[in-house]
Write a protein that binds this ligand. Structure first.
Ligand code: IVH
Length: 701
């Protein structure tokens, strides 16, 4: 699964002055986090937030900084990671025959070279015909299906080519994957092909997601990959996935000798194939096929990103063999991205759920590759500056597989004489709060976390979530409802909901009982420990662990707030104090300062505090416990205590709670249905407890 290559942008890196070592270190740290975040979204969640070009720009910036300051190369160097290791949650499967990828051709010349190389390699004369099988290339998720004695026993993704994820349960839900092969068949047979979504199914799925308030998939490939990599196969079953077979891997006996015969056999066994396919003679034949498919691709029910050419004869394929990770006997001839020229009417700014400001180009609607386009993403303000994109410009728009098109360039010759560079605003268009750019970050963010309507649902959902206020009955769905109806706009409104009891009870699907229950759940949370309170505010980078550190240090809410306001106001000694806390760095401090610098947040915070009683942080219990400083891991489901309570208890005794087991771990408490951590603890000889024996042990210490 490769990110589509695009021209590497010269990027913001090229323009900024050389940073100081300190700035470079901070920026490298920020970039490592961002790259890891986007890798996770792309490879494991199949839901990228940024374009390939923007991602490439991050990596380019990172490389430039590391080149200038090799001493800051982090242990987790993103440059050393390749491809996508299988995501956690799925079993791993090692491919007996590696699943390779294909080399690319981008022009007629590349195609002619490809055929010429084959002719030369096989020492064929000019007059000897070379037959190649040409097929459409679908951009989906490659998969391998293993049949033993005709029955499907295992399915895997490609993963990094050597090891993939076990997706058997999910593959079984795909209608075009036969569970049994039609005889005769080899005893062991691995069929390879592509899992994909037809265009209409993709558009329908995205429409449904948008209706449900979910992020739509960027393209059919992401949608297919995201659907296959669901741990719950009922989710996969509900998605109309399809499968085309195009190759074989492991096989116990082969009685066919060409690509064409393989296709006939695959059809006989019960598979659907990539159509229209054609047996072509040499480069001329291939190019004629390419031209036809390119001209008619929009009439196909699925999106393709090119065509694949494969030498038909297997004996020739075998002689040609492989070079690095791709066969010499096959190549993918990619379509050029589709482009069109239109007028950029306006640049509007959208605010995302996390406060990121994204510029969007509003275009004079135009057809690009069979689809009417009226908007294009502009990624961020650097991109606008780099390409000097202005309102009123004539621009070239391109669709490269993605639903959201991009602006490639401005037609400068057509620019109006009085046109002015676009000025990116520094306030949020939704709530008017300051929008700031953190060091090393490409995005500008709204700082009005507690008051910004664009972020409201996300802020409130986080506020009521389990490890924050833990208000049962106020999950995302209800938060969304109550927010749309104006009953809850800011966190303080939650604690004033009791004044709307009637209105609540009369809501569709609610009734007296639900309303009473919810209000009781809210009342139960009017008293809250300082660390949970801090965590609940959803300040960027302030997770549970940081909130605890802050609570422990400042002890009381007013002391913490006064200090944060001082930091926001530029008070050096307040900043020094904050940075003196172990594990709190300058990037975090900046985010806290930004939150408190925003007057809207301060108002919302004051209103909230009117409603609450915030408990000061409990000082770690009196006499230092014998267990202080020991490291503990909780795993599995704890029944007597919840996970958070167990952690809090351990921490109050001075134990360090960790998420992973290593040689340094002192204790592991194993709850129900514990997995690999329990096994690991045992193999490392770490002392383990059941939940009961742990409680006993605590009593004794
Ligand atoms: S043949 C040795 N045929 O494109 C590789 N691949 O960019 C044999 N793909 O990894 C692959 N349509 O996932 C082949 N008709 C087709 C294909 C196809 C899509 C995918 C496949 C491959 C990737 C390479």
């Amino acid at each position: 699964m490769n990110r589509k290559k695009q021209t590497p942008p010269s990027g913001p890196a090229a323009q900024t002055a050389r940073p100081t070592p300190l700035e470079a270190a901070a920026e490298i740290a920020a970039l490592v986090q961002q790259i890891a975040h986007h890798d996770r979204l792309y490879h494991q969640k199949d839901a990228p937030e940024i374009s390939d070009a923007a991602y490439d720009a991050l990596r380019a910036r990172y490389r430039a900084l590391i080149e200038a300051y090799p001493q800051f190369t982090p242990a987790e160097d993103p440059e050393k990671r390749v491809g996508s290791a299988p995501a956690a949650g799925f079993g791993k499967i090692t491919h007996k025959v590696p699943m390779l990828s294909l080399g690319n051709a981008f022009s007629a010349e590349d195609t002619e070279d490809f055929v010429a190389r084959i002719r030369k390699f096989l020492a064929l004369t000019e007059s000897e015909p070379i037959l190649l099988l040409a097929e459409p290339k679908i951009d989906g998720l490659s998969a391998s299906l293993l049949y033993v004695n005709g029955g499907l026993v295992q399915a895997a993704t490609r993963g990094d080519g050597a090891t993939g994820e076990n997706i058997t349960a999910n593959a079984l839900t795909i209608r075009s994957i036969p569970h049994r092969l039609k005889a005769p068949f080899p005893e062991r047979l691995e069929v390879r092909g592509e899992i994909f979504l037809a265009r209409a199914d993709f558009l329908k799925l995205n429409a449904e997601r948008e209706r449900a308030g979910e992020q739509p998939f960027a393209n059919p490939r992401n949608a297919a990959a995201g659907s296959v990599r669901q741990l719950d196969s009922t989710v996969t079953a509900a998605r109309p996935l399809d499968f085309f077979a195009y190759a074989y891997g492991e096989i116990s006996s082969v009685d066919f000798s060409s690509q064409q015969e393989l296709r006939d056999r695959l059809t006989h066994w019960g598979f659907t194939l990539n159509e229209p396919a054609r047996l072509c003679d040499g480069a001329r034949g291939l190019l004629a096929y390419y031209a036809e498919i390119e001209a008619t691709r929009h009439t196909l029910p699925f999106d393709i990103d090119g065509v694949v050419y494969k030498v038909n004869r297997f004996d020739w394929q075998e002689r040609l063999g492989f070079v690095s990770r791709a066969p010499r006997w096959a190549i993918a001839h990619k379509f050029a991205a589709e482009k069109a020229q239109t007028k950029l009417l306006k640049i509007s700014i959208q605010v995302g759920r996390t406060g990121a400001l994204t510029p969007v180009a509003e275009l004079d609607p135009i057809t690009v590759g069979g689809v009417v386009v009226s908007r294009a993403t502009l990624h961020n303000e650097d991109e606008i500056a780099r390409k000097d994109i202005r309102e009123g410009d004539e621009v070239i728009v391109q669709r490269a597989g993605d639903v959201i098109p991009q602006i490639v360039e401005v037609v400068l010759a057509a620019r109006a004489a009085d046109s002015k560079p676009f000025l990116f605003r520094d306030t949020c268009p939704e709530c008017g709060s300051a929008a700031i750019r953190e060091e090393g970050m490409a995005v500008r963010r709204c700082t009005g976390g507690l008051v910004c309507p664009a972020q409201a649902v996300e802020t409130l959902r986080h506020f009521t979530s389990r490890n924050a206020f833990n208000i049962e009955g106020l999950g995302e769905q209800r938060v969304r409802e109550l927010w749309s109806d104006g009953l809850i706009k800011t966190p303080a409104d939650i604690f004033r909901l009791h004044t709307h009891k009637e209105a609540l009870a009369q809501r569709e699907g609610w009734g007296e009982l639900s309303a009473t229950k919810l209000l009781a759940a809210i009342e139960a949370r009017r008293t809250i420990p300082l660390d949970r309170f801090i965590f609940a505010l959803g300040i960027r980078q302030v997770g549970e662990a940081t909130a605890k550190l802050l609570a422990r240090h400042y002890k009381r809410a007013p002391a913490w707030e006064e200090s944060m306001k001082a930091v926001a106001g530029g008070d050096q000694s307040a900043l020094d104090t904050l940075l003196s806390i172990d594990q709190i760095g300058p990037l975090m401090a900046k985010d806290m300062a930004a939150f408190f610098a925003e007057p809207h947040n301060q108002t919302a915070l004051a209103a909230l505090e009117q409603e609450l009683e915030i408990q000061p942080a409990a000082a770690p219990t009196g006499s230092p416990s014998k267990l202080a400083g020991k490291t503990i891991v909780f795993t599995g489901t704890l029944t007597t205590m919840g996970r958070s309570e167990a952690k809090a208890k351990a921490e109050s005794l001075g134990l360090i709670v960790s998420g992973s087991v290593s040689k340094k771990t002192d204790f592991v408490v194993i709850g129900a249905e514990a997995g690999s951590k329990a096994t690991k603890a045992e193999s490392l000889g770490v002392r383990t407890f059941t939940e009961e024996s742990w409680l006993e042990f605590l009593k004794a210490h």
